[in-house]
Design a protein around this ligand. Structure first.
Ligand SMILES: [Zn+2]
Length: 280
């Protein structure tokens, strides 16, 4: 599933490809995605121009502007779900299976949304419906900018496992299974440790580890496990740098012991039992 580094890569790729581009035609398929596209929205798209693509947590926001008068008409809110691909391609590229949306642009390119498992979504927020507020209600701070005191407080208050806390989008936005495991390894903390058992130093270590892992993954254009590609169709590279994720039975990069897998909060967690001791 795309997490923040993957979605950030899509945003960075799409930004220059879409800025100022006009939608000349629009097509939407019949298959239902996780959240519905209303039929009445389809007629609004042609004639609008893309503004600057933004990202918040794992969500993409694509503002669209009308020309006369120049005003924001609304914002497309996009989630890639598990297998979503959101790319700008030449108009004559063959349409792949599972293509659900096509925005025909004024320079012989298409913005296409493809999603095999259909856990993704594309929604329209007309100007006046505040999409930032809509997201802000459920999303915590961005992982590259985590305020130290509220993060420590969230840990102190929680009897949940660290894995569950890191997956909670209200604590830190955009972290999923891969980067939670990688951050816990880097911080030397077992995924089953409880939030309230962390010392102040361990809290700081975890917060810094999240920032470091996410920043490094963005530099590598995210991780491609199965279907993920960036907005220009290129795969990610961070999967080659995983210390623990998906490496069950392989050697720990630090101590050469074996990486183990355990299910925490219903999710597979990969960790080194030596570098991430259960106690503490
Ligand atoms: Zn180790």
């Amino acid at each position: 599933m795309p997490e923040l580094p993957e979605v950030e890569t899509v945003a960075r790729d799409l930004r220059p490809l879409l800025a100022g581009r006009k939608v000349v035609a629009f097509w939407v398929g019949e298959a239902k995605l996780r959240r519905p596209w209303k039929r009445s929205w389809s007629g609004l798209m042609a004639g609008l121009r893309f503004g600057e693509v933004r990202r918040r947590g794992k969500w993409l926001m694509l503002p669209l502007e009308s020309r006369k008068p120049t005003a924001v008409a609304g914002t497309l809110l996009v989630h890639l779900g598990m297998t979503g691909q959101f790319t700008v391609v030449p108009a004559d590229d063959p349409w792949a299976d599972h293509t659900h949306f096509v925005f025909f642009l004024d320079n012989q390119t298409h913005l296409r949304f493809r999603d095999i498992r259909r856990f993704g979504s594309v929604e329209w927020f007309p100007a006046g419906q505040d999409v930032d507020n809509h997201l802000g209600e459920k999303l915590g701070p961005e992982p590259l900018d985590i305020p130290a005191a509220p993060f420590a407080e969230a840990m102190r208050r929680s009897k949940r496992t660290l894995k569950a806390i890191l997956l909670d989008q209200a604590v830190v936005a955009g972290v999923g299974n891969i980067y939670a495991d990688e951050a816990l390894f880097r911080a030397g903390l077992h995924p089953k440790r409880r939030g309230h058992t962390l010392t102040a130093a361990e809290c700081d270590r975890l917060r810094t580890a999240i920032e470091t892992v996410i920043a490094r993954a963005i530099e590598s254009r995210g991780s491609t496990i199965r279907d993920y590609v960036g907005g220009s169709g290129l795969r990610g590279g961070f999967q080659n740098e995983f210390a623990v994720y998906g490496r069950t039975g392989e050697k720990c990069v630090t101590c050469a012991g074996g990486i183990e897998r355990v299910v925490v909060s219903g999710r597979s967690s990969h960790f080194c039992p030596v570098c991430q001791p259960a106690g503490g």
